[in-house]
Ligand binder design. Structure first.
Ligand SMILES: C[S@@+](CC[C@H](N)C(=O)[O-])C[C@H]1O[C@@H](n2cnc3c(N)ncnc32)[C@H](O)[C@@H]1O
Length: 189
């Protein structure tokens, strides 16, 4: 599905739940590629994507990793069904990202990175905390959590990264996205 073709499904989901969808448009291919480039050099582990939506980031992750190395977590059943119809071999988990550690049935040692398309800035401090805590609970010591945001500031506050003992890195600004987005990478201290 091309970018323009995915707009009706995205807007339909946005009208149903604007806070959970967050963005007015799906991520661009350029932003999706910037997220993938933010994986560590020589990265060879499996990846979890949080908030697959209409699949803008999923498509690029699938191209880079293949369906055996990717698990997509999506809470919205309609969007999850759309992803399943588009890529029948895609590994999908219908769950809230805040419960990732208890919802995962596969052995967690497979996963080395989490790429998140969740609208963290629309969420309360507690929900953000729960999601990032659950993400690092399934990642190994060297695991990375990659997130984009539309603001100039890190979507995880200093208070949150201090509490969870995380290091913040600003990776890249992607102008070719609506709106322009910054890619952030978080690792354990
Ligand atoms: C901004 S859309 C991103 C969609 C797509 N990844 C992209 O970048 O275009 C956010 C997605 O996260 C999902 N989502 C929001 N909160 C979630 C949660 N707590 N757990 C799992 N998925 C969630 C929404 O249903 C939506 O599909």
């Amino acid at each position: 599905m091309k970018y323009l073709a995915s707009l009706p499904a995205h807007w339909h989901a946005w009208l149903r739940n604007p806070i959970a969808i967050g963005a007015i448009a799906p991520s661009s291919a350029q932003l999706a590629s910037a997220l993938v480039r933010s994986l560590p050099e020589g990265f060879s582990a499996d990846v979890i994507e949080l908030g697959g939506g209409t699949g803008a980031i999923t498509r690029v992750l699938l191209e880079q990793l293949g369906s055996e190395r990717l698990l997509v977590v999506e809470r919205d059943l309609e969007l999850l069904t759309g992803l399943r119809q588009r890529w029948p071999a895609l590994q999908l988990l219908h769950a809230d990202a805040g419960t990732l550690d208890s919802a995962l049935t596969a052995p967690t040692h497979r996963y080395g990175a989490i790429v998140s398309g969740l609208p963290l800035l629309n969420m309360s401090r507690q929900v953000r905390h729960d999601i990032v805590r659950a993400a690092f609970a399934v990642l190994p010591e060297s695991g990375v959590f990659i997130q984009f945001s539309y603001g100039w500031r890190s979507p995880l506050s200093a208070q949150l990264t201090t509490a969870l003992k995380l290091r913040t890195q600003r990776c890249q600004l992607c102008w070719w996205n609506l709106p322009p987005a910054t890619v952030w990478r978080y690792t354990r201290l």
